[in-house]
Design a protein around this ligand. Sequence first.
Ligand code: C2E
Ligand code: MG
Ligand code: MG
Ligand code: MG
Length: 283
Amino acid sequence: RAKEVGRNSYRYYSPAMNRDAQERLALESALSGAIENHQLSIHYQPKVDILSNRISGMEALLRWRHPTLGDVPPQRFIPLAEDTGLIHSIGYWAMRTACAQNRAWQVSGSARLKVAVNLSVRQLVDDRLIDNISAILEETGLEACYLELEITETAVMAEPDKAVQVLKNLQQLGVSVAIDDFGAGYSSLSYLKQFPIRAVKIDQSFVQALPSSHSDSAITKAIISLAHSMECSVIAEGTETRQQFEFLREHACDSVQGFYFSEPMPADKFGKLLRSEENLRLH
Ligand code: C2E
Ligand code: MG
Ligand code: MG
Ligand code: MG
């Protein structure tokens, strides 16, 4: 950064920069107390089978509500949690909460579905990852086959050799893995085929411009056929319109997630959706 600024490097110390740094510090200290102060929660968003329109699973998404800062979006606090190392406690809190919730829904008689939890790059390379996941599954009573981890393409490609090993260990444990934000990063196809992955999530940046953008349509079709050739299922994230949904169905995408069907919602509301008749057919 200092290099970019060049001869005007005095700007580096400007009051504005100072304010940014102070704000970051304040946010960081607030985040470090977020768990014990009960400010975190999980929202759930359905994944919907494209042919039956039935809920086939759900993604767990962290929410942070601070008494004075209000709702802080994950886009803002997840990177901060990664930089500070808080991602470990927050990430395992999210996983434990989502697994316990999924187990509770199953025990109450709702359909048995997979809950997907996002895993950050620092968690992926954490040597205690497998032990911690095993402990969470044991503690919550959730069977491993009902937990899926979403790992971004960028995260697996950060240390691909390590990632291959971790993904194999997860597979052995019975936990499935989906590659998140696929197409947004750079993948080496030779690595990709070594990864034991069950699903690919098409990045929402491609889905948004469907079907009018020729290049995004072409990329989407290519990702679907690539995933199917690796025996992975494909889900399109950020599906908002009927046109997008129909394009995806016509091109054999397996499922969709997005505002077209439902926004992420609090656990009690999602539980009602699972129990309700609507679950049989959302549209
Ligand atoms: P992601 O895993 O790619 O999650 C999808 C994001 O798209 C979510 O944003 C979701 O609310 C949003 N979304 C869903 N449907 C639509 C739609 O139709 N249109 C649009 N425009 N957006 C849609 P959210 O909840 O703000 O989360 C943002 C990112 O924060 C996630 O991206 C994920 O990378 C990260 N994140 C969230 N929860 C966790 C967590 O527990 N652990 C970790 N490590 N990261 C998390
Ligand atoms: Mg995700
Ligand atoms: Mg995603
Ligand atoms: Mg994303």
